[in-house]
Design a protein around this ligand. Structure first.
Ligand SMILES: C[S@@+](CC[C@H](N)C(=O)[O-])C[C@H]1O[C@@H](n2cnc3c(N)ncnc32)[C@H](O)[C@@H]1O
Length: 205
């Protein structure tokens, strides 16, 4: 298979746009995916706040680098998809982890992927709504959601997480109420990094 670089006018145009405009367009693209026939909701599929779009592996690796994930960490991925972030944290960094996803198909895939990767004893996957989940044991939380879902989740992150817990989000920030401490690029992707501080716990109580 050839990996020769080819010019893409869409990518070139995207790079000319300011980051907030790109994020907005990406949010709209997510919403469009969610309304396609393949993503139609029926009696057996739960209502998704965010459609399933997996994080590319180089971006997963960079998210774990940014949070300095290691053996002592307990990583929660809220909206875990096929489990790749939790599984990579366990396999490559020796961490333990939990993935939560509202879609039972994703949870089945994640459980199988953890077995295949040989880390089923270090990770677990739970089907459920991230807005109803207890993620207080986390030392690291990873997110690939949407701007409005991040903003809605922010008070719960402040309330549940311990001081010092690291939070990394793929592509979307938390709005003006919680500016990131670090912003990193991986190709055309943006990663945002925060830590929970005493002031957040006070504001949440
Ligand atoms: C963009 S994907 C990210 C998947 C994975 N975290 C990754 O980065 O590869 C978002 C995931 O969130 C899940 N999801 C959407 N709404 C949810 C909710 N309310 N509670 C839990 N999971 C949800 C979807 O099923 C989907 O798998």
């Amino acid at each position: 298979m050839s990996h020769a670089w080819t010019f893409s006018p869409v990518i070139a145009l995207r790079r000319l746009l300011p980051v907030p405009v790109r994020s907005l367009l990406q949010g709209l693209a997510f919403a469009l995916v969610a309304t396609q026939p393949g993503h139609a909701q029926n009696a057996t599929t739960p209502r998704l706040d965010v459609p399933y779009v997996p994080t590319p592996q180089p971006v997963v690796d960079k998210m774990l680098d940014l949070a300095k994930v290691g053996r002592k960490d307990v990583l929660f991925d809220l909206g875990c998809g096929d489990g790749r972030i939790v599984i990579t944290a366990a396999k490559a960094r020796g961490a333990r982890g939990t993935g939560i996803d509202i879609d039972p198909t994703r949870i089945q895939e994640a459980v199988q992927n953890a077995k295949t990767a040989g880390v089923a004893d270090r990770v677990n996957f739970k089907q459920g709504d991230l807005f109803e989940a207890d993620f207080s044991p986390a030392t690291v939380v990873t997110l690939y959601l949407l701007p409005d879902i991040n903003r809605k989740l922010r008070p719960q992150l402040w309330k549940q997480l311990k001081v010092g817990t690291r939070v990394v989000s793929h592509d979307f920030d938390m709005g003006d109420e919680w500016p990131p401490e670090r912003v990193e690029k991986v190709g055309n992707k943006t990663l945002y990094y925060w830590t929970i501080r005493e002031q957040h716990k006070k504001a949440a109580s």
